[in-house]
Write a protein that binds this ligand. Structure first.
Ligand code: AVI
Length: 329
């Protein structure tokens, strides 16, 4: 039996907690107040996001899963190109549930490739290192623990093979449109001509469907947002009373912008590390997250603007979600 080759390369910023503290203070001292959704994902947040992906209203995961299970061969043919060896790099790999369908098919086809999952969470990379050898014997895995662009540089230094980057799950939607454009340009700058990006993007659709996904009846999204306040309590010694904040999701069908806020239910003060005092007025909001929705024309424009040629688009059966393949020009 083949065994997977595993390697983990760590590049953790020296003081993650201090960066978290600085970002939180800066965000809560801004007008309007804001917190970065990248901090949603501690151990509790990871678990809540898993629950969210399994809840009825949160459709993006199932839509993308349908694309990956129903169109595996077509996607793999597109990324294999002329059969030249390649590195399959996944940004924010998580549990690699969707990419596992591709990995399995590529192994069955004897494709010459390595899998390099990149994740900011050391837990995630350890989890992949533990589970992938069991589920996919023979897979060459090099887990890269760190931020996307530093780890892409690392990947480029490890091999000169063609790169195929996966950026799934509509993570690009968690950026403002302008930031997504800049991000795609930066991504292109870390790639070479002929490399590919396979990107999952959530489409504009009936506004009620979108809003329900970010306002599930079981209250998981609410807890997911409030968990960031609890994380600030846990890790930065703050005294948020989460019962005094309400989850408020919005969706604007004109712009495709779906935003989540927490609303202060009363005038209140919160202390962080016993030294910073943040004052909230009743009904004041904290901007928590954007989950931007697009149409195909917009996504093609982002691709061309960033130096990619849109090659293929794979839709789910409802046409609610796409996985697009862009070729670096
Ligand atoms: C990770 N990201 C694509 C999710 C989304 O849909 O924006 C995060 C999320 N936030 C609330 N629900 C899910």
């Amino acid at each position: 039996m083949n065994t997977a080759s595993i390697q983990t390369l760590t590049n953790k910023p020296a003081n993650i907690t201090e960066q978290f503290y600085a970002d939180v203070i800066k965000g809560l001292q801004s007008t309007p107040k804001q917190l970065s959704s990248k901090y949603f994902y501690d151990a509790v947040g990871d678990k809540l996001f898993q629950d969210l992906m399994n809840c009825d209203e949160y459709y993006p995961t199932n839509c993308e899963l349908e694309i990956f299970t129903e169109q595996t061969a077509e996607i793999c043919q597109a990324i294999m190109g002329n059969g030249e060896a390649f590195d399959l790099i996944e940004l924010g790999a998580g549990n690699a549930m969707k990419s596992t369908f591709l990995l399995k098919y590529l192994l069955e086809q004897n494709a010459d490739f390595s899998y390099l999952p990149i994740d900011i969470s050391e837990n995630v990379i350890s989890y992949l290192n533990l589970t992938l050898p069991v589920s996919l014997p023979g897979l060459q895995v090099t887990g890269l623990n760190g931020d996307y662009f530093n780890m892409l540089k690392k990947a480029a230094s490890l091999s000169k093979r063609r790169k195929v980057v996966l950026f799934l799950g509509s993570n690009v939607g968690n950026m403002l449109v302008g930031d997504a454009e800049i991000f795609c340009k930066q991504l292109r700058n870390h790639l070479s001509k002929g490399d590919m990006l396979l990107v999952g993007i959530d489409m504009k659709k009936n506004p009620k469907t979108v809003l329900a996904a970010y306002n599930d009846k079981g209250g998981i999204t609410k807890r997911f947002n409030l968990n960031l306040l609890e994380r600030i309590n846990r890790e930065l010694g703050a005294d948020f009373d989460v019962a005094k904040f309400e989850h408020y999701p919005t969706y604007d069908p004109e712009t495709g912008s779906c935003k989540s806020y927490l609303i202060s239910l009363e005038d209140q003060q919160v202390k962080i590390r016993g030294k910073e005092t943040i004052c909230f007025a009743k009904d004041e909001h904290i901007y928590m997250e954007i989950s931007q929705k697009y149409n195909v024309i917009q996504t093609n424009q982002i691709a061309s603007g960033a130096g990619f040629k849109p090659l293929n688009i794979f839709f789910d059966s409802k046409k609610w979600f796409i996985d697009a393949i862009w070729l670096a020009e």
